[in-house]
Design a protein around this ligand. Structure first.
Ligand SMILES: NC(=O)c1ccc[n+]([C@@H]2O[C@H](COP(=O)([O-])OP(=O)(O)OC[C@H]3O[C@@H](n4cnc5c(N)ncnc54)[C@H](O)[C@@H]3O)[C@@H](O)[C@H]2O)c1
Length: 368
């Protein structure tokens, strides 16, 4: 399987390394708007143990993954100047799949190009920077019959999977309350913020998808608020660094979401579900950055708290990419289709309107 990857930043480097571990992946072509980033990532992958370790391959083996850097994003799509493309590999029509890990405002155009080339696409969340772009991709992917898998990795997190099973089996009784949180230990780099779409579309969109996925319910209304007492970059973009939302599900269950960029104790993603028969929580373990007070008698030293999404969701990222390779190989159905990303985006949009206008918003208001 030959895969093109567009976007060699934080998550692009993580996904590229994971792809190199999969036995089905024979070649990986990395592209970035900044070609030096693509070259650096390709060189790191070629030199590093990720290049085929789990599959029992070594970079110098004939069976090792063939990792290359495209001279430009255009080269990845076969649109670069003659002779510039991919050191011998064909351009996109020679690739079997596209992975989009570029900045959010570049997603829609990149996904559309993959869909037009009729190859399966994995795209990081959010699928597009705005509602129109997301809606358009849903329509074009459906019309072309091309699978587009969206990177809501919580669907592959062991805790979220167990929570969904518990709810659907009725083990909690009547679900009445859900609490979800997503707190970054440190804010993203300032350059990331302007293209991110804002806290609700960029960060809380994970909570919105997880709530729908785990409960199996739709959201009837939202009420959201935000606050800005951190870095100037958030204010300058009209964004907030801390947000909260209250959601009513269509069966009357109440949900809260807390999301923020300044949680120095560590990276904290939890989903708590309370029912008439039992209560459970996904994401609470030795590394969850919360300390009970008063502190219990000293016991064994705890491992370090989760520092960020890369260590909190390592297993989930690996699992979603294994799933994507299975989708490309035609071995499974798409676990996170664009329609689901659109539903989550409607809710993020509703939260954004609610926090700006200070009122309850029903998703029908934003539905296209
Ligand atoms: N699922 C998750 O947990 C998760 C975590 C982090 C980021 N993300 C998503 O992944 C995306 C990237 O985030 P990041 O943290 O890696 O950002 P980043 O800023 O570290 O990297 C983005 C990269 O995209 C490149 N780029 C910009 N426009 C491009 C284009 N048109 N074509 C190719 N490359 C382009 C930039 O040069 C940069 O190298 C964002 O959409 C973000 O929402 C998801």
């Amino acid at each position: 399987m030959r895969i093109g990857l567009a976007g060699a930043g934080r998550i692009g480097a993580r996904h590229a390394a994971a792809l190199c571990e999969l036995p089905e992946v024979e070649a990986l072509v990395v592209a970035d708007a900044d070609p030096s980033r693509a070259r650096d990532l390709a060189a790191r992958l070629r030199a590093g143990p990720a290049c085929g370790r789990a599959a029992g391959r070594r970079p110098d083996d004939a069976a090792a993954v063939d990792v290359r850097a495209a001279g430009s994003v255009a080269d990845l799509f076969g649109e670069g100047p003659p002779g510039s493309a991919l050191d011998g590999l064909d351009a996109l029509d020679g690739l079997d799949a596209l992975v989009v890990t570029a900045a959010t405002d570049a997603h829609a155009a990149l996904v559309e190009r993959g869909v037009r080339a009729r190859i399966p696409v994995f795209c990081e969340k959010p699928l597009a920077a705005d509602l129109d772009g997301t809606f358009h991709i849903v329509r074009s992917a459906r019309a072309a019959g091309v699978p587009v898998q969206v990177g809501f990795q919580r669907r592959f997190d062991a805790g979220h999977i167990a929570a969904r099973e518990a709810v659907s089996a009725g083990r909690l009784g009547r679900l009445h309350t859900v609490r979800s949180c997503s707190f970054d230990a440190t804010p993203p780099p300032p350059g990331y913020v302007p293209a991110s779409g804002g806290l609700f579309r960029d960060c809380a969109i994970h909570d919105l998808d997880a709530i729908r996925h785990v409960t199996g319910r739709n959201v009837a209304w939202v009420m959201a608020a935000g606050s800005d007492r951190g870095g100037e970059v958030f204010r300058a973009c009209g964004d907030v660094d801390t947000g909260a939302a209250l959601l009513g599900l269509d069966d009357g269950t109440l949900c809260t979401i807390g999301a923020g960029r300044y949680n120095a104790a560590g990276y904290d993603v939890r989903l708590e579900l309370f029912g008439s028969e039992d209560s459970i929580v996904a994401g609470l373990d030795d590394r969850t950055p919360v300390t009970p007070v008063p502190e219990p008698a000293p016991g064994p030293a705890r491992p370090p708290a989760y520092a960020g999404f890369l260590d909190r969701f390592a297993a989930a990222y690996d699992a979603e990419l294994r799933a994507f390779v299975d989708v490309v190989a035609g071995r499974r159905t798409n676990p996170c289709p664009p329609e689901e990303a659109l539903e989550a985006f409607y809710l993020a949009e509703a939260c954004e309107i609610s926090r700006r206008e200070g009122r309850v918003v029903h998703p029908e208001e934003v539905r296209l």
